[in-house]
Design a protein around this ligand. Structure first.
Ligand SMILES: *[C@@H]1O[C@H](CO)[C@@H](O)[C@H](O)[C@H]1NC(C)=O
Ligand SMILES: *[C@@H]1O[C@H](CO)[C@@H](O)[C@H](O)[C@H]1NC(C)=O
Length: 373
């Protein structure tokens, strides 16, 4: 009798444990499934860099690319922030960064994904130079800017992108720059703004010892690139020989190489106006970018460290407001109003005299531009 009781007792325990194990097993399977489905929504950044490369972009995806090295982390994040503040489309960012910056980018951008209405995707990739002259390329210009010359080869899955220097900021939605792809004719593969408007102060026409595009050259800070067409053209095969031929005459690194290539192939470049790459040069003496006076600057470019130097107070002030603004905050109250106040205080400076250049697109964004409605 006792033996039988004991047997029942053990049998019950075995059954109970089995049931518990089964429940636990089913629960874990569900958890794993759930995790998988979350990750496939997050797509790009949640995966390891090996699989990142296989993510397929669709043809109409808006892709913004930037290359960041050295002390450019914060500046680059501010550019990305400005893109996120005004765009209504889902954006894809490709950040190519020096090894030591990669984790910081991933951390900040993941955090920001929680603060944006439309969501965005991003990839952070390590620098990737042709093995042969890798070191030489890195030294060519300010750290690693030459990386951009190789984008058609290192991003074979991307059709087109908007390349931005780290020291640029959007004052309009990315879409309004991207729209220029539709204006390309069959042969154009990139769009750039002129380096200068006025031959009397232009750099290329006065100093360059190499060929350059058009009358005054082009500035490479804000560049629409149809990578598909650049690959068909075999862009990279032009880069290396041109670099070798002109390396002793090159001052502005990758920008000079771009100028030289388009000097020989002018039909392949679309030029948009200075309002898509508005620099201190456009207002520091007199106002020379008429399209920005009329329609406002779409992208500002703090070339020669203008975002950080007292010499260009308007550029520095706008940069600082972007820097302080927190995504998810009130763009009107915490961004637009401080910009306006700063510019009011700088009316006496040359760039402050044309403050509407900087405010026009923001006002349009907030529907404040009553004159133009
Ligand atoms: C880039 O060029 C290819 C080939 O001409 C074309 O199919 C594609 O639509 C272009 N991309 C954009 C964004 O215009
Ligand atoms: C595209 O436009 C450029 C610049 O206006 C021109 O040189 C080129 O011939 C055009 N190509 C085609 C196919 O129309």
């Amino acid at each position: 009798m006792r033996g039988k009781m004991r047997l029942y007792f053990y049998l019950n325990i075995v059954i109970l444990v089995s049931i518990l194990l089964l429940v636990f097993y089913m629960y874990s399977v569900r958890q794993i499934r759930r995790k998988e489905s979350v990750y496939s929504h997050l797509s790009v950044n949640a995966q390891e860099s090996v699989t990142e490369k296989t993510v397929n972009y669709r043809k109409n995806d808006l892709v913004v690319a930037v290359v960041a090295c050295g002390d450019r982390l914060r500046e680059t994040l501010n550019m990305i922030k400005s893109a996120l503040m005004f765009s209504k489309e889902k954006l894809n960012f490709i950040v190519i960064a020096e090894e030591k910056l990669i984790d910081s980018f991933k951390e900040k951008l993941s955090e920001w994904q929680g603060f944006t209405n439309h969501g965005f995707f991003f990839k952070v990739l390590p620098l990737n130079f042709p093995k042969k002259d890798g070191h030489e390329w890195k030294m060519l210009f300010k750290p690693c800017a030459a990386q951009r010359l190789f984008l058609p080869d290192i991003l074979p899955e991307v059709d087109s992108l908007l390349y931005m220097d780290t020291d640029t900021l959007f004052l309009t939605p990315v879409e309004s720059v991207w729209a220029y792809f539709n204006k390309f004719n069959k042969s154009q593969m990139a769009a750039l703004a002129p380096e200068h408007e006025d031959p009397n102060v232009g750099w290329y026409n006065r100093f360059a010892k190499h060929p350059y595009y058009g009358k005054l050259g082009v500035n490479s800070g804000v560049m629409l690139m149809n990578l598909t067409r650049m690959r068909t053209f075999k862009w990279t095969e032009y880069v290396v020989p041109i670099y070798k031929k002109f390396k002793l005459h090159i001052t502005w690194g990758d920008q000079d190489i771009i100028n030289i290539i388009f000097h020989y192939h002018p039909g392949k470049l679309f030029t948009y106006s200075c309002r898509y790459n508005y620099r201190p040069d456009h207002c520091m003496y007199t106002s020379i970018c008429k399209s920005a006076e009329k329609d406002g600057a779409a992208v500002i470019h703090g070339s020669r460290s203008s975002f950080h130097l007292e010499k260009q107070p308007v550029f520095r002030a706008i940069y600082n407001v972007f820097d302080t603004f927190q995504l998810g905050g009130d763009v009107y109250k915490d961004f637009y109003q401080p910009v306006e106040t700063n510019l009011d205080n700088l009316e006496a400076t040359n760039c402050g005299k044309v403050k509407d250049v900087f405010l026009k697109n923001l006002r349009r964004y907030f529907d404040l531009d009553f004159e133009n409605t």
